[in-house]
Design a protein around this ligand. Structure first.
Ligand code: HEC
Length: 177
């Protein structure tokens, strides 16, 4: 009887120890991923939330809500400024983001030629320069006097969650996922 009780207690203790070990491990891996992401997310506060850096999320939560009114075939960005981006549907959005090059901000032409999305390279993707102020230097992508954020027609205010999703998506290869 006591032996069985001991066994049960031993099991219980072992269970507690493994649970504690698991907790420590989980915390450690959190620590590691935080370090990695801060390194990747230059200038963006907040961590990328895993699971949302997909194109589907970005289309649903950013492009189809905050951008499509101007970026569609009959929208003013297309009609008046000949911007190739078309966010009218998900597949057009993906295609045009990946093939588009900048013709010049905008009236001055100083930012051309840059690609809007460069898979794996957030820092030279014009899209991020446009949407995230800290990505927009005075010579974005090595082009003199290029300031995409200041140059965009309307100032966009995205949440950290939205910014992180965009950076994470481009960083991990800008997949059609
Ligand atoms: C109120 C209208 C409007 C909204 C809303 C808008 N844009 Fe724009 N966007 C423009 C116009 C006009 C241009 C072209 C002139 C310029 O660069 O300012 C442009 C240019 C761009 C460019 C540069 C492309 C090129 O070929 O020069 C990008 C990238 C871009 N927009 C992304 C976005 C994204 C992403 C959103 C949503 C988060 C958005 N825009 C929301 C009007 C808008």
């Amino acid at each position: 009887m006591t032996r069985t009780l001991h066994k049960v207690l031993d099991r219980f203790a072992l269970g507690l120890v493994s649970a504690a070990a698991l907790l420590v491990l989980t915390n450690c891996s959190k620590e590691v991923s935080r370090e990695v992401s801060e390194e990747n997310l230059v200038g963006v506060e907040g961590e990328p939330l895993t699971g949302i850096s997909t194109f589907s999320w970005i289309y649903a939560r950013i492009l189809s809500t905050a951008c499509v009114e101007c970026h569609n075939p009959s929208g003013m960005a297309t009609v008046n400024y000949h911007v190739q981006l078309n966010f009218a549907d998900r597949s057009a959005a993906y295609t045009t983001l990946l093939v588009s090059t900048v013709n010049g901000v905008t009236s001055t032409g100083t930012c051309a030629p840059l690609r809007v999305v460069v898979p794996g390279s957030p820092k030279i993707s014009y899209l991020l320069g446009t949407l995230i102020q800290s990505y927009s230097s005075g010579n974005f992508g090595g082009v003199d006097n290029c300031t995409p954020y200041a140059g965009h027609y309307s100032t966009i205010h995205l949440s950290n969650e939205q910014k992180s999703a965009l950076v994470g998506w481009i960083q991990s290869g800008a997949l059609d996922n």
